[in-house]
Design a protein around this ligand. Structure first.
Ligand SMILES: C[S@@+](CC[C@H](N)C(=O)[O-])C[C@H]1O[C@@H](n2cnc3c(N)ncnc32)[C@H](O)[C@@H]1O
Length: 418
């Protein structure tokens, strides 16, 4: 029961109080074993990924709405239905644990309803799955934004891709060792050197983690740093760097990296990652919008703070927490940081702006003052030509590489100082 109670508390915190899933998860699962935590995470994440279908199922089963005082009983129904419809939990376990959960969280009066709804959906599970298959599991504004930016068919393909758990992608400290680690990790090698796998256990227990042979980084997230070209021996600023995936890439490629972030806790994760992999970088805790270095850089990578809608496969909560107002505010902050980042470069220096967002408003397609666009050529990213737009910007989508398990959504643009 403690697992279901934790799942309920987390789902309520995310959807009713707009708390990020990671935060709520950390708070409500402290007492649980690693195995139980994994179950809770999978259950809540799936109940967020399938929120539209679950809501449609609940609405079809209720003859009148839940009273306002028991509105949160909807989470009990949603979590029970997630198990019945999408997790293959044993029938009696899903029903009885949901009834117990209703009682445990003060919905004694709704426990009969929970029992009746779950039993009905169990009897007609396939019919309900089909009936709700076209329900949208995303807020309307997000889907409308993607349709306008990427086309309605692509928006639908993105929505489909978000229903699946993403694979685990790893970047290697020494790319020449790819065949060795591909075999040890039972991974496939993607163009550019990312290893892709679907391990059963925890990342920390995988071969190569302790000795820092690799770090976790989605294949799409590994592309923007490559747009800086050969960085060996160059002074490179990595702005908004923590937890450091791109810092590690640049350091492994021989750059003299300054990694800047304003979050001390996130920088300590970056420090841990550097220590584990044996790589080095200068670390600066500062606001990228105002920081001034002593000397200019040869190259700057700006991984700007963003709505993170490109990583919804990992963080399905963001769809229900972020709003159009957040995107507008982020756009303004991104422009400010971009202009500030531009001031760090020596003449001829290269600036890459990137975001893990699917929103067109967060794409900085226009160069900052004194810079010109430097379109990415297809021969720079062999195997990734599909992700290059006609304007020379990089755009990956969750529905890309569907056979291999999809990608995070990233946008990147490259500019050069005149
Ligand atoms: C998308 S994450 C960066 C991921 C990182 N580049 C990587 O590859 O692992 C965005 C980061 O921006 C940082 N950030 C947000 N606003 C900032 C600002 N004004 N100055 C510096 N860092 C900022 C956040 O603390 C966060 O760590």
């Amino acid at each position: 029961m403690t697992m279901r109670i934790a799942a309920f508390d987390i789902r309520r915190a995310v959807l009713d109080r707009k708390q990020p899933l990671d935060e709520a998860f950390a708070r409500f699962t402290r007492e649980l074993s690693p195995r139980d935590r994994a179950f809770v995470r999978a259950l809540v994440a799936l109940s967020l990924r399938r929120k539209g279908q679950l809501d449609a199922t609940i609405d079809a089963c209720l003859t009148h709405p839940l009273p306002a005082s028991a509105a949160a009983a909807r989470h009990v129904l949603a979590l029970g239905l997630t198990q019945v419809l999408f997790m293959g939990t044993a029938d009696h376990a899903a029903v009885s644990s949901s009834v117990d959960l209703a009682r445990a969280r003060g919905f004694e009066r709704q426990s009969g309803l929970v029992n009746a709804v779950l039993r009905r959906v169990l009897r007609e599970a396939e019919a309900f799955r089909q009936r709700t298959a076209t329900a949208r599991n995303l807020p309307d504004w997000l889907f409308a934004d993607w349709s306008a930016a990427h086309g309605a068919d692509t928006a639908a393909a993105i929505a489909d891709a978000l229903l699946d758990e993403p694979p685990l992608d790893l970047s290697l400290r020494n790319p020449a060792e790819a065949p060795l680690w591909a075999e040890r990790l039972d991974a496939t090698l993607l163009p550019g050197g990312t290893l892709r796998c679907r391990p059963a256990g925890a990342v920390e227990d995988l071969p190569g983690f302790a000795e820092g042979a690799w770090w976790v980084q989605d294949a799409a997230a590994a592309l923007p740093a490559r747009l800086l070209g050969d960085v060996a021996g160059k002074r490179v600023a990595d702005l908004c760097a923590a937890p450091g995936g791109k810092t590690l890439q640049l350091a492994a490629a021989g750059a003299r990296v300054t990694a800047l972030d304003r979050s001390a806790p996130r920088l300590s994760r970056l420090r841990d990652n550097l220590a584990r992999t044996g790589l080095t970088a200068e670390i600066v805790a500062a606001d990228a919008a105002v920081w001034t270095p002593e000397a200019p850089f040869d190259a700057v990578l700006l991984d700007a703070p963003c709505s993170a809608t490109g990583t919804l496969r990992r963080h399905p909560d963001a769809a229900w927490i972020k709003t159009p107002a957040d995107v507008a505010a982020l756009h303004a902050a991104q422009r400010t940081i971009l202009e500030s980042a531009a001031r760090l470069l020596a003449p001829g220096g290269v600036l890459v702006y990137c975001v893990c967002s699917l929103q067109a408003a967060e794409e900085a397609a226009a160069p900052p003052p004194g810079f010109a666009a430097d379109p990415v050529r297809p021969d720079e990213l062999p195997g990734w030509e599909f992700a290059l737009r006609a304007d020379g910007c990089l755009r990956t989508l969750p529905c890309h590489l569907p056979e291999q398990g999809g990608l995070d959504g990233f946008f990147a643009a490259r500019f050069r100082r005149g």
